[in-house]
Design a protein around this ligand. Sequence first.
Ligand SMILES: *[C@@H]1O[C@H](CO)[C@@H](O)[C@H](O)[C@H]1NC(C)=O
Ligand SMILES: *[C@@H]1O[C@H](CO)[C@@H](O)[C@H](O)[C@H]1NC(C)=O
Ligand SMILES: *[C@@H]1O[C@H](CO)[C@@H](O)[C@H](O)[C@H]1NC(C)=O
Ligand SMILES: *[C@@H]1O[C@H](CO)[C@@H](O)[C@H](O)[C@H]1NC(C)=O
Length: 784
Amino acid sequence: MLLWISLLELSLMSPLSNRTAKEEEDGVAVTPEGDKLSILHRSKRGWMWNQFFLLEEYTGAEPQYVGKLHSDVDKGDGTLKYILSGDGAGTVFTIDENTGDIHALKKMDREEKSFYTLRAQAIERRTGRPVEPESEFIIKIHDINDNEPKFSKELYMATVPEMSDVGTSVIQVIATDADDPTYGYSARVAYSILQGQPYFSVESDTGIIRTALPNMDREAKEQYQVIIQAKDMGGQMGGLSGTTSVNITLTDVNDNPPRFPQSLYQMSVKESSPEGGTVGRIKAYDADIGENAEITYHIIDGDGMNMFDIITDKATQEGVVLVKKMLDYENKKSYTLKVEATNSRLDPRFLYLGPYKDVATVRIAVEDVDEPPVFSRPFYMFDVYEDIDVGTIIGTITAQDPDASHSLISYSIDRHTDLDRYFNINSANGSIVTLKPLDREEMPWHNITVIAIETVLENSRQTSRVPVLIKVLDINDNAPEFPVVYETFVCENAKAGQLIQTVGAVDKDSPPSGSRFFFSLTPESANNPNFTVLDNEDNTAGILTRRGGFRRQDMSTYLLPVLIADKEYPIQSSTNTLLIRVCACDSDGTMQSCNTEAIILPPGLSTGALIAILLCIIILLVIVVLFAAMRKQRKKEPLIISKEDIRDNVVSYNDEGGGEEDTQAFDISTLRNPEVIEDTQLRRDIKPENLLLPRPAPTIPDNTDVRDFINQRLKENDTDPGAPPYDSLATYAYEGNGSIAESLSSLESVTTETDQDYDYLSDWGPRFKKLSDMYGGEDSDRDS
Ligand SMILES: *[C@@H]1O[C@H](CO)[C@@H](O)[C@H](O)[C@H]1NC(C)=O
Ligand SMILES: *[C@@H]1O[C@H](CO)[C@@H](O)[C@H](O)[C@H]1NC(C)=O
Ligand SMILES: *[C@@H]1O[C@H](CO)[C@@H](O)[C@H](O)[C@H]1NC(C)=O
Ligand SMILES: *[C@@H]1O[C@H](CO)[C@@H](O)[C@H](O)[C@H]1NC(C)=O
């Protein structure tokens, strides 16, 4: 059988420190009990004989002896040979084939490879036949303390709240040792603190760092660097060691109250400062940081409590004193405030350290400001009746200088707001008077601005303005009247009591409860036999006929004066004349034709054109009249001068005459005195006197024939003692029934027919001629 002889097993029995390299090298030879028997004897004690042990980190010059392999069939005669195979055979380990001694060729590192598995065999050198079966054995590398403890980090960061109790865990640091933890103390680590005492401590076996001092104050020292050492061999002398740093930061807790650096603050503010305006800032300091340093300010006392406010500026943690109510220097010149600063977040654990708030006094001086005049009201509103006399005081404005100087005030009206100068103001006492009569219907409001100026010379003159609204109140100063021009007519076939028109009324005044109008005939025409007025008592009235049988021939238009009165005080009334035309109507009462000279405008003829036409006509008329006047003058000249004219007349009128018997054809007037001729000529020059008035209708029954009419007229003329001794043309404004022209007179036509349509004249020309012929010819109007 193969025997493994290991020297190390024996050497382990004695302390390592006592062993020498020489002893290790010499192996069995120098062992105190140094014989094989003793080794064999040991195997009987239960040792693992198939193991060799080898120390790591051997630094000797010779290969390290591991052990000896021996077969009991080996007679020592050199016939046997030992062979090694397996992990590192031939490279790391060699065997002496004759003696069986095993040596390590290299330095071992347990931390790299802690054991090698090998196989050994003894063979007969001559035949190569194994004399023993192959057997396996292990070479174990034995640990020495060649590794120091190592921390996982070179620098640890840790935090712990300030003021923590003693023993509060901060962080655990762990060092590892690569040496064999199962063998000896090479890997047994103990921790100790090299730097950081007396603030911190470390647990020797766990590496937990704990606080070691009470009341560690961040505000005093915030950062600590602690150095921890880890040492193997259980911390004993000779052990290897490593260190690490731990940077420990104390975190803040609210252990400090805010503190005012001074107990009294002085501030000043102008009395004109607006509400919410800043007066000043105060700042309390808090040694804490972040939320623990947030401060809230309160006014807790002082005579300015109602006048001022304090708020916290979050950005700066300052207290901002604000104006709460408008100040008045003349009223109070200084205020005192007691301001308290407290932490918003309190930590009750630290109340024992002292008051958690601080109080300071703030003195505020109010500064005088030269202020503009102040009106007694924000605006003024005056009501004034429109009928007040010019110069009446309608109201008084008052303003005062609020400053201590109490300067006098001078008033004026901003002329831009009273361009028409309706008002004036007494500059000394502010009384406003009217300069002009007011009219509500024209201007119901006068909104003006009054300016007040301080009359101090040394100061900058302060001015103020105030609106003054003057409302003009209504007086019943307008009479009601017709709202429109009524186009009224009465039918010829109207009966008595028939309604021909309903009229209304308007009033420019604005009575508070609506207008109430009364309609009646004027007292003078109260007993008008033709028409009457019926008040409907709803602000309208009906115009009624009082009789029937209106005829255009009698009267073509009636003028009816209607009296309209209102009820307000003073009562206003007006007479409104209603023009009533008389018209022919059908049985339904629908107007057919009226006998008035109503101007019928052709469509599209403007009033401008109409005026132009009328102007032409008037000019024409003037020319005609002038011409006639000239002629009249000429007729006063001797008859002989106008002889040719007479002859011309005879020739131009195609007067056949009646021969010698026809005495009437002979113009006796040529024998007469010219003065007499003039008389008769006047008769022939028909001068219309009432051209613009409605012409009275001829008193001819409707169905009279023209012939009868002419005959009748002829007879009248023949029997007329004033008639001239010769034939003359008598003009009658009657052309018989159905005439569209109604008159042949050119003058009348001109005045009544604006469109100057003379066509009908030419139509009637032959008829006119025929009539003339029929009655023995005649002299015509020389002007035509
Ligand atoms: C740790 O603390 C030391 C000493 O206070 C300091 O110099 C170093 O900068 C700190 N390291 C870090 C990362 O804060
Ligand atoms: C202001 O003065 C005018 C003129 O002296 C006077 O008529 C008026 O009554 C005064 N007004 C007042 C309110 O005293
Ligand atoms: C004047 O003021 C009154 C009241 O505010 C207002 O009703 C009126 O329209 C104003 N008139 C003018 C002309 O501005
Ligand atoms: C009433 O009518 C008659 C006949 O047309 C007329 O003469 C008279 O003047 C009229 N009276 C009034 C008051 O118009």
